[in-house]
Design a protein around this ligand. Sequence first.
Ligand code: PEP
Ligand code: MG
Length: 543
Amino acid sequence: MEVFGQQVSPGVVVGQIHLLDNSADDELQSSSDLNGAADLDAYYRAKERAVDALDKLYHKTLQEVGEEEASIVDAQRMMLLDEDVDDAVRRAFEKEQDLVKAIECTFKDIVTQFEALEDEYLRARTADVLDIKVRLLRALNSTSFEIELPSNSIIVSDDISPSQALSLDRRQIAAFVMRKGSSTSHIAILANSLRIPALINTPIGGGQELIGRTAIVDSLSSRVILDPSVKAVEETKSHIFELEKVRAQVENLRGKVTETRSGKRIKLYANICSVDDAYTAAEADAEGVGLFRTEFMFIGRSGPPSLYEQFDVYRTVAKAMCGRQVIIRTLDIGADKVAAYLKLGDEGNNPALGYRAIRILLDDEKLFKTQLKAIYMAAAEPGCNIAIMFPMIASTWEVKKALGFCAEVQEELLSSKTIQKKPEVPVGVMVETPAAALIAEDLAKLVSFFSVGTNDLTQYTLAIDRQGSRKLDKYFDPQHPALFELLKMTASAATRNGIWAGICGELAADLSLVQNFIDWGFTELSVSPRTVLPLRQRILEIE
Ligand code: PEP
Ligand code: MG
């Protein structure tokens, strides 16, 4: 049986299913199932145990995984320490006269509140809340927080929280398959940084009868094959062997110049979302950052990051790249990336065609200028090589207005003596609307480079929502001739006007198209850090 899901971390494995359910404690229906008094004192003791366990997990994660992942556990610990939660449990206990039920009710209310939130990032934290409840119930029942995993386990769950995942022995995990989840959920981020293949939104039916069954998780083709034939397992194992061989081969390419056989030099950059990613990109031997998606810094909080917070992030990213170019994309918020505090209002039925990215920044002078200031301040620091690019451009007036803000910001920084001289900061635009590609000739006269966002360019050219239903899959053709025409127009307008053009959308990683991109005139490709070396290998092979 084959089931399709959504890939959030790539890889191919064969393993055995291990079911992990947030209702694992469902044998605990009420306080009468517990041994011992179940009063409010028992709640406070359980809470102390749960906080203690999260504390230990926090330190372990900090040491073994990283700061970003540890902060997820810390956020759960903070929620558990919140006195409002104690008050809610106390009120529910007075009403229910049953501690287990009181905890269930309290967390049901919290989950309802999270699910009603506008902010997609915060909504995706529901799994974290449910995990806190399970931890409390386990502590109440004196059940261990440790879960024994057989080796090569494919973790199947509705939507597990990162702290649940971090509590597991990573050496035993082959893959994660989530029935729910979102691409911004922490499990997606975590699976990626742990390099464990993961699928979300995978409708794999069944309960206990799944346990121990063999499955192939091929997240590269977004599928799970349950009870595969012996032949399929053998084929997958040799596929994994080939993938490993390629990985080992490309390791030799570290430090090599990226150029074609005929000597065309290509800038091989990486896409990043955070400071941690910048270290990963440097480690992956990326020659620069072709797209720093800054919006993740603005999501999941109650207000925008301050000037100095942003300055510190941009400077740290640039330093992590040791003088290699870092292209910072100004805030691309809106559509699927929501920051409730910006109060953007009703987006209508087509948020992807709505109020987003540069459209918001050109209206919100404070938001835009703060980000630009932080970027120019970082660019003025020694050893920082920074460029700026604007997303979702459709008209020349937008670029002119944005460049006006850049000029104003630099003057303000000079007159306040925050910087001593104007730093060298090339400015480019993303070509991700068909309009931008069609007027590339005019845009090229205003900026220093183009970077094609093929993810959005494909959705706008083919009129297919990239968040749309799976029914649209057969229409979503990233190799559509119309898209290729727009790519060619963009690259040739750049060449004619003496500026460079690159690609930072997912298509840049399509090894079968590299020859075309180079033939059309693209000289930069920006991909996920993991793809940097395989892409270098491909470029070295072509004419
Ligand atoms: C794109 O649209 O191709 C792109 C790189 O930007 P994002 O995926 O962040 O919208
Ligand atoms: Mg885009």
